[in-house]
Design a protein around this ligand. Structure first.
Ligand SMILES: NC(=O)c1ccc[n+]([C@@H]2O[C@H](COP(=O)([O-])OP(=O)(O)OC[C@H]3O[C@@H](n4cnc5c(N)ncnc54)[C@H](O)[C@@H]3O)[C@@H](O)[C@H]2O)c1
Length: 396
């Protein structure tokens, strides 16, 4: 019944999902429009950084269960795991999902199961169903279509893909049941049935919840700075309350989930999402605040020593211990400071290269810098965070 699966998109979500399904014995065709990705995967290699993924991909490619291609083909299940960024005005950009759907439409047959995993605005699954049935009206009522969002943590993707609970919502009950049957083949976590709209909103709300909570910590950090209070000590003390759990402040919010998904709600329910909009604004303002704070240290240094300081910025990724730079506030801070003409030394041991930036060795930068700013709490930086010397600004 589920002997062959096509996965559209071999990125952070699609590739681990493809590998996990292939490990369960199902034949998987991983499709990506990027020829380099296809070639890399077919070599048994990976193009993203994720613990244990390389070994698993190598294993399933060598045993023939995972093959990467540039075009889809006939299968029993089609999974769409392509990007869903936003475009101008923070409006969701569904063009990748639509394109991937158009690519699979010619290969759909009766009793196929189509699953959207891409984070999507409410109503997307219905819209995609309409698109399919417009082009293939004979399939209406004869295929199954469901939405099943992903909620994995980069760095722990393989574990969480298998063990997290999943929310599964079909366009009708038969579709939900079919999708639950499919995921039960390789997911050990609970599989929770609902309709497509609720599953779509569930994913968006989960990330908006995280965004609002991070905004609270970021807002407190800016208030504490004005009040002359150590925000870390404050949060530690407040969290001694049995029902309080304040998160840690940072440079802002990045990644292409938490910084993006709340807009999928805000843009559609503009008047009713005031808290979510404010949280987004606070988290974006935090980045500007960090830039202003670093500039303040630079001004103080110039006044004191009458020379231009060398400024190290540690961490460029959107969160600790990953290589992912998407929507990274730390990277935006560094680019903004460089464009203002300051002498900035960017450092990130997790990142090999960044367009237009000259990356520096960690030890060299620490020795050379007059001011050190810790923007991302990578494990490698933890010791210097605890030293907390005068010239260290810790923003995470
Ligand atoms: N990365 C995460 O941690 C995470 C977590 C939960 C949900 N999501 C959601 O999952 C979806 C995928 O995210 P990702 O991080 O894997 O993205 P990604 O950018 O890492 O990978 C997407 C891949 O899709 C390919 N692609 C684009 N158009 C295509 C098409 N028409 N056909 C085939 N391949 C195509 C791209 O070349 C790319 O390799 C997004 O909607 C995202 O919001 C991501």
């Amino acid at each position: 019944m589920f002997s062959k699966v096509v996965i559209m998109g071999l990125g952070y979500i699609g590739l681990p999902t493809a590998a996990l399904i292939a490990k369960s014995g199902i034949k998987v065709i991983g499709v990506d429009v990027n020829a380099d990705v296809v070639e890399t995967v077919n070599r048994g290699d990976i193009h993203i950084k994720e613990p244990d993924l390389k070994g698993l991909v190598k294993y399933v490619v060598e045993n023939g269960n995972l093959v990467a291609k540039k075009e889809p083909e006939e299968a029993d299940v089609f999974i769409i795991a392509v990007p869903t960024p936003f475009k101008d005005g923070y409006k969701p950009d569904l063009s990748y999902v639509i394109k991937a759907t158009e690519m699979i439409i010619p290969y759909l047959r009766e009793v196929n199961l189509v699953i959207i995993e891409s984070t999507s605005p409410v109503g997307t699954t219905e819209r995609i169903s309409e698109l399919i049935f417009k082009k293939r009206p004979e399939l209406e009522g004869k295929i199954f279509i469901a939405y099943c969002p992903e909620r994995v943590l980069p760095g722990k993707i393989l574990y969480e893909l298998e063990n997290n609970d999943r929310v599964i919502g079909g366009i009708d009950e038969k579709s939900t049941e079919k999708a639950v049957e499919f995921y039960s083949r390789f997911v050990k976590g609970g599989l929770h049935r609902t309709n497509a709209k609720t599953a779509e909103m569930c994913k968006l709300v989960e990330n908006a919840y995280r965004d609002v909570n991070i905004a609270f910590a970021n807002e407190i950090s800016m208030i504490c700075d004005k009040a002359g209070i150590d925000v870390r000590e404050l949060i530690e003390l407040a969290n001694k309350h049995p029902r309080v759990n304040i998160l840690q402040p940072g440079v802002g919010v990045g990644g292409h989930c938490i910084a993006v998904d709340p807009w999928f709600i805000i843009s559609e329910f503009e008047e009713d999402s005031r808290l979510m909009r404010t949280a987004r604004e606070v988290n974006m303002e935090k980045m500007e605040w960090v830039i202003e704070k670093i500039e303040e240290s630079i001004r103080e240094f110039r006044e004191r020593y009458n020379k231009e300081p060398v400024v190290a910025c540690l961490g460029l990724t959107y969160k600790p211990d990953v290589d992912d730079l998407r929507e990274s506030p730390a990277l935006k801070v560094v680019r903004a400071l460089i464009s203002k003409g300051y002498n900035i030394m960017p450092v990130d041991p997790n990142v090999e290269s960044v367009d237009g930036l000259k990356l520096n060795d960690f030890d060299f930068a620490i020795r050379k810098a007059d001011i050190v700013n810790v923007l991302v709490g990578h494990r490698k930086f933890l010791n210097i965070i605890s030293i907390g010397k005068e010239k260290f600004n810790v923003f995470c």
